[in-house]
Ligand binder design. Structure first.
Ligand code: K1U
Ligand code: ZN
Length: 174
């Protein structure tokens, strides 16, 4: 297993939209199993609850997540799609962080409840319904796979302020 380098904003790779993975090769691809293990290890080491492939420089449509308090419920989502979302009237604003934006937090409004469909490492399709932190996390990670980062939801003024804050934080931790 290996820890991967998490790309930090403004790395241009964070803006790419990932391509789907061929379902027929998933169950036999040993490299994919290794990558997801490494991503989970990296996510735990960085005290995250999710991590998208683009954040570690991989153009793969997959993310990992573990929102359990015991850090023993790792999940892999390949070619994920949100098939249902609660409407705007049920949207919730809450503070978010991102491993690619260290030291920066922002209040982001997201759907309260989502249904997600994805493939697992056996290439089999599964569906889950999430609320709470998990619902927020899958929306955040799916955004990453589409080249969208949480600061994209903010006004230009707020965004500039947080970009400055992050650069200051990066200089301090160098
Ligand atoms: O994608 C990432 O950068 C990881 C990010 C995902 C995320 C999950 C939930 C809300 C917003 C963003 C994180 O894991 S940030 C760490 C975090 O938010 C958290 C950590 C422990 C408990 C609760 C939240
Ligand atoms: Zn993130």
């Amino acid at each position: 297993m290996a820890l991967l380098k998490v790309l930090k904003y403004p790395d241009p790779f964070l803006k790419i939209k990932t391509a789907p993975i061929n379902q027929d090769v998933i169950s036999t691809d040993a490299n994919l199993k290794q990558i997801t293990q490494d991503m989970l290890e990296t996510m735990y080491a960085d005290t995250g609850v999710g991590l998208a492939a683009t954040q570690v420089g991989l153009n793969l449509r997959l993310f990992v997540m573990d929102c359990s308090e015991t850090h023993d419920m790792p999940l892999v989502f390949i070619n994920p799609e949100i098939t249902e979302k609660t409407g705007e009237e049920e949207a919730i604003e809450s503070e978010e962080g991102c491993l690619s934006f260290p030291g920066v937090y922002a209040k982001i409004t997201r759907a309260r409840k989502v249904t997600i469909q994805a493939l697992n490492l056996d290439g089999q399709i599964f569906t889950k319904i999430y609320t709470g932190l998990e619902a927020r996390c899958v929306q955040h990670e799916l955004d990453h796979l589409n080249g969208v980062v949480f600061l994209d939801y903010l006004s230009p003024v707020k965004r500039q302020l947080l970009e400055k804050k992050m650069l200051k934080h990066q200089k301090k931790t160098l």
